[in-house]
Each structure stands twice: as structure tokens, then as C-alpha cells.
Design a protein around this ligand. Structure first.
Ligand SMILES: Nc1ncnc2c1ncn2[C@@H]1O[C@H](COP(=O)(O)OP(=O)(O)O)[C@@H](O)[C@H]1O
Ligand SMILES: [Mg+2]
Length: 585
């Protein structure tokens, strides 16, 4: 007797639902994507009891005819693609025709829709579909109740309400960021939690979702090639987070997961953030649909993009360039010891955003207006681009604090504190970078140098890696079974431990999965710079301090040390006056 039989449609839908409908936030994602595909410019999401009781999405999109409204619940029923060609030129968010049948197999659904004339109400209860004529305005309302009523395991797997709501807020936020041209609102338990203006301005949308503090600390970023376009914002160091969830990448209006692109962004921020901090970044990519494959995973979160390597390299180069053109000098109130009067706007925190004031003033350019009230004064003289970013003649050292910080006047009535170790690290870092970038700056080790490795290490030190080491000035020649003779090392400043350096770099070369030359190079340089730098607790004369400031002013990024910690903190005249309540008198 045959053992194989075709699954009945209900079961097949439930299996599909297992993939695409994991939790309330997945329902929100699918329904909002449908609304976006229907060209809605106003989308409201309502969540009751974390979605266990009700999830409702209302849109003002094109709506559906009576026939389509019923057909939409059949498996693989879609209006979005019809041929293989379409599959490789996806312009919509949906295309698999799976969401509605999947949702209706694990929940009860009511869909009220109209194309502007007579409307249709489709109800699916316990997998039974009925439809009737109903009054409705143009657009669609989809209401989901009893989610996972027939899949107890899924229901049990749901987390506490606040966790599920946090997931929904995250999903909603990402959809809204990918579509600044659409006005979104999110109600949780009948309270408005988030709302965007839908005026097409990404910065305003970021402010709507994350608050003014975030919006004030963004650097615009844009880049265009014949194959793709990037528009977005890079967060300054003060927006750094302890996890990578705030690196948001949207591709053709879809929030996507591109781990390598994310890694490139983190890498690009290397010089600007402390080692375990991650940047706040929102980038919207527009890519020629033929170059992208969304059909990798049922949730379409993962994508393949044929020019990904190019894109990564561009980001690694352009992000630091863009950041360096901005005022990045740290300010006292980032570490906030002196704030006694918090601005009302600073209460606007991510996720717990209260919205009322900001969106009511829809017609006024909110961001610009408030910015002008609270933005700090101009910092040290900044020039776009390269060399003398900080004009050293203005910085006059007046003393040393705790044998650690150089105190100097800024020439404009304020003062700066410079972390002497961080400053020297930056100076040496750029110095070594310069030395290593020139060919022929190698020499034999001062004393004959043999490096013993373990068998595993030797195994991993492939020919490619030996060649890679050569590019950073280290020439290793096999010498016995697990030993190498060091024939060349780069030229260093006096006093540097050659063996330690060579070992450090070999370690990096071995442990990196990819042969990432820039990273290897940078870590080598940064470890050299750190070891060769003056420490804290070292006395500096005024002329030593002048030398430090002078050399610092010649670096390309005097603001942060190679590990991302701030080098200079400035207290402007204005800030001092504010702290002493001398302003406006
Ligand atoms: N909010 C909506 N407005 C207009 N049409 C919709 C809406 N939601 C769904 N539809 C229609 O129902 C079809 C099936 O939706 P879905 O199951 O999500 O599959 P897909 O989005 O992959 O096509 C869509 O192709 C679309 O034609
Ligand atoms: Mg869909």
C-alpha cells in the first residue's frame, strides 16, 4: 500500500504559517506589507493584548474587488507576480501569495475592503470562509483575532506581553523607516504609541520614531552608482548602542538582514566607537530589482545582492569620510555631569516615545525649529576634508590635570581637555599608518628572530596568509617544522617589542576568517600605536603639551583614539556661561 499522500490544504497552510507567522509581529509585518503594496499612504496598526486578542491593520490603499477578496485567501494566490521573469524583478514586498492563507489557517480573520464603490466583508472563522457585501470606504481593514487558537504549541511559545509588543514596535519602526512617504500610526491597547508624519523626510521620520535627541545627532549620508543608490543617516558616537539592532538597512522598501553589510558598517565605525559599542545607522538602498534575489527565505528577510562586495567596500570607505566632515568633538554634556536642567525633548526615548506634542505641529518643520534652540555652538574650527582639522594655534596649553589630561584654552573663551594617552595613540596610529603604507619601509629584525607556533597555528598559516603578512611588512620563512624565521619587519619607533608585534599580527592573520587586509593592518597599527604612546600618569611640560597638540592637529581624525574613545572634550564659552547661569543677562 502506498504510504505517500498529498497534504490537505488546511495542513499545508499551517505548515506555511509555521514559517511566516511566528508571532504577532510577523502578522503585523505581512499585513503592513500588503497595505504598502496596495499603495496606501496612511496605515494604522492596532494591537490589543500584545496581539493575542486582536491585531488590526487599516489602510487607504487600492482595496480589492469582491472576487479578489475571496481569492486572496487561497494558497499561492497573488496579484503581484505572474511569470518567472517577474520573480527575478520583484518590485513589491509580497509575491508568494502565502500570508493571508497562512494567517487564516492559524487565526480568525475579518477583511473589509473596497475599491471605492460597494465593499466586501470576508470572514474566516475556524477555517470556514464566508463573504458578504458591506459598506466600506476605499481601502482595506484586516482584523485578526484568536491568533494561534488551533496551534497550542505556538501560543505557548509566545513571550510576555511587553516582549511581544517590543517585537511589534521594532517591526513597525523598521517598516516606517523604509517608507518615510507613508504616514504610519501604531496603537497599543488603544493608546497611540508611535506615529510618523509621512511627509517623505527620513530625518523627520527618525525623529518621530526615536525622538529629538537621536535626530539631532545624525550625519546625512548618500551615495549613488549606476546600480544602486543609498540615502540615510549615520549616528554620531553619542548614539552608540551596546547591540547591533540599531543598524537598520532597508532595501527597496523592505527591511533586510545583510550580515556582511552590517559588518562592513561596524567596521567603518571602527575609529569612532569604543570596541563593544555599535552605531545607530539607518540606510535606505534602492537597487535595480534584477540585481537582488529576495526569494531566499519565506520571510524574505534575507536577500542576495550581486554587488554586495562592492557595496561593502564603498561603505567602509565612505562612512569614515562622511563622519570626518562633521563636528565630532565630544561635548561635556554627553557624559552629562553638568546637566541640571534636562530639556523636555530628552525624555523622548526610543520605544517609550510619547508622541502628542511632536506630531500635532504637522505643518511646521519640527526638527529645524527645535534644533536651533538647543544645538551647541560651533566647535573648534573644522575644515572639510583632510589635514589641519583642529587649528593648533588656537589651543594653548595651560596645565596638566591628574597627570592625565592636558588643559588648554580654545582661543574662543572656552577650554578643552585632551586625554594625553588617547591623543598620542591617535598620533602614533596615523604615523604608523603612514609608515606602513609606504613600500620598502622594512628592515631585518634588530636581533635574529624565530617564532615558534603550534602545529595547528602552522596549519592555519597558509601561503595566502604569509603573503598577506608580507603586505604589512612581515616576511616569514619556514625554519624547521613549526618555526618561522622573521626576515623583515616594518620600521618602528625605537623601543617597540618586535617579537610581540610579529606574534600579534600573526595571530590576527590566523584568526580572521576572511583575509581582511584593512582590518589586519589597522589592528597591527593600533596595537603598535598603543604600545608606543605616552601613558597617563606621565608629567608633561608645557612644551611637551604643545608638541602633542601640534601633532594632534595634523592627524585626520583628532577626535577619537584608535579604540574609539574621545581624545578631546570641549567646554565652549557659551556652555560655561550656561552652566554658571550667565546667559541672557
Ligand atoms: N491590504 C490590501 N490591499 C489590497 N490588496 C490586498 C491587501 N492585502 C492583500 N491583498 C491582495 O491579496 C493578495 C494575497 O496577499 P498575500 O497572501 O499577502 O500574498 P502576496 O502579498 O504575497 O501577494 C495580494 O497579492 C493582493 O492582491
Ligand atoms: Mg503579502
Amino acid at each position: 500500500m502506498s504510504k505517500i499522500h498529498v497534504l490537505d490544504i488546511e495542513l499545508a497552510n499551517q505548515i506555511a504559517a509555521g514559517e511566516v507567522i511566528e508571532r504577532p509581529s510577523s502578522v503585523v509585518k505581512e499585513l503592513v506589507e500588503n497595505a504598502l503594496d496596495a499603495n496606501a499612504n496612511n496605515i494604522a496598526v492596532y494591537i490589543v493584548a500584545a496581539g493575542r486578542e486582536e491585531i488590526r491593520v487599516e489602510d487607504n490603499g487600492e482595496g480589492m474587488s469582491k472576487e479578489d477578496a475571496v481569492l486572496a485567501f487561497s494558497r499561492h494566490a497573488t496579484s503581484k507576480i505572474s511569470s518567472k521573469f517577474d520573480l527575478f524583478h520583484i518590485k513589491t514586498l509580497g509575491f508568494r501569495g502565502e500570508a493571508l492563507p497562512s494567517i487564516s489557517s492559524v487565526a480568525n480573520v475579518e477583511l473589509l475592503t473596497s475599491q471605492g464603490d460597494v465593499g466586501t466583508l470576508v470572514k474566516i472563522k475556524n477555517n470556514v470562509l464566508t463573504s458578504e457585501v458591506a459598506r466600506s470606504r476605499k481601502g482595506t481593514i484586516v482584523k485578526i483575532t484568536n491568533l494561534f487558537y488551533n496551534t497550542p504549541a505556538r501560543l505557548k511559545y509566545l513571550k510576555a506581553d511587553y516582549t511581544e509588543n517590543a517585537n511589534t514596535i521594532e517591526t513597525f519602526t523598521r517598516l516606517a523607516l523604509a517608507h518615510p512617504e507613508v504616514a504610519f500610526s501604531l496603537y497599543i491597547d488603544n493608546k497611540l504609541r508611535l506615529e510618523t508624519s509621512g511627509r517623505g523626510d527620513l530625518k523627520e521620520t527618525i525623529m518621530n520614531l526615536y525622538g529629538l535627541h537621536v535626530a539631532k545627532n545624525l550625519v546625512p549620508f548618500s551615495y549613488k552608482t549606476p546600480d544602486y543608490e543609498i540615502e540615510g543617516y549615520l549616528g554620531k558616537a553619542e548614539l552608540a548602542r551596546s547591540n547591533r539592532y540599531s543598524i537598520i538597512v532597508n532595501l527597496n522598501g523592505r527591511n533586510v538582514y545583510m550580515p556582511k553589510v552590517q559588518a562592513a558598517i561596524i567596521d567603518a565605525y571602527h575609529d569612532f566607537l569604543a570596541p563593544t559599542r555599535y552605531p545607530f545607522v539607518v540606510l535606505n538602498f534602492k537597487i535595480e530589482p534584477a540585481l537582488v534575489d529576495f526569494n531566499v527565505h519565506p520571510t524574505k528577510k534575507e536577500v542576495r545582492f550581486s554587488k554586495e562586495t562592492e557595496l561593502r567596500l564603498a561603505l567602509i570607505r565612505l562612512i569614515p569620510e562622511t563622519l570626518l566632515q562633521t563636528d565630532l568633538v565630544a561635548r561635556p554634556y554627553q557624559s552629562e555631569p553638568f546637566i541640571y536642567e534636562k530639556k523636555a525633548e530628552e525624555k523622548y526615548e526610543q520605544l517609550t516615545l510619547k508622541f502628542e506634542d511632536s506630531v500635532k505641529e504637522k505643518e511646521s518643520p519640527i526638527i529645524q525649529e527645535r534644533e536651533s534652540e538647543v544645538l551647541p555652538q560651533r566647535p573648534l574650527e573644522i575644515k572639510k576634508g583632510d589635514d589641519s582639522v583642529i587649528k593648533s594655534p588656537f589651543l594653548q596649553p595651560i596645565g596638566q590635570l591628574n597627570l592625565t589630561y592636558i588643559v588648554c584654552e580654545d582661543g574662543e573663551g572656552g577650554f578643552c581637555l585632551i586625554d594625553q594617552h588617547a591623543a598620542m595613540e591617535r598620533i602614533n596610529y596615523e604615523h604608523f599608518q603612514d609608515v606602513l603604507s609606504k613600500p620598502k619601509h622594512v628592515r631585518s629584525p634588530l636581533t635574529p628572530l624565530l617564532i615558534d607556533l603550534t602545529a595547528a597555528e602552522t596549519q592555519l598559516l597558509t601561503k595566502d596568509k604569509l603573503e598577506l603578512l608580507l603586505t604589512v611588512g612581515i616576511k616569514l620563512v619556514p625554519f624547521g617544522i613549526n618555526s618561522f624565521r622573521v626576515e623583515e619587519v616594518p620600521i618602528f619607533q625605537k623601543g617597540y617589542d618586535e617579537e610581540l608585534y610579529v606574534r600579534d599580527v600573526i595571530n590576527i592573520a590566523i584568526n580572521e576568517n576572511e583575509l581582511d587586509l584593512t582590518k589586519l593592518y589597522r589592528e597591527a597599527i593600533s596595537s603598535m600605536a598603543c604600545k608606543a604612546s605616552i601613558r597617563a600618569n606621565q608629567f608633561l611640560s608645557i612644551s611637551d603639551m604643545k608638541n602633542v597638540i601640534d601633532s594632534l592637529s595634523k592627524t585626520t581624525n583628532p577626535y577619537t583614539c584608535p579604540h574609539g574613545r574621545p581624545v578631546i572634550i570641549r567646554f565652549t564659552k557659551y556652555e560655561l556661561e550656561k552652566m554658571f547661569k550667565r546667559t541672557g543677562t
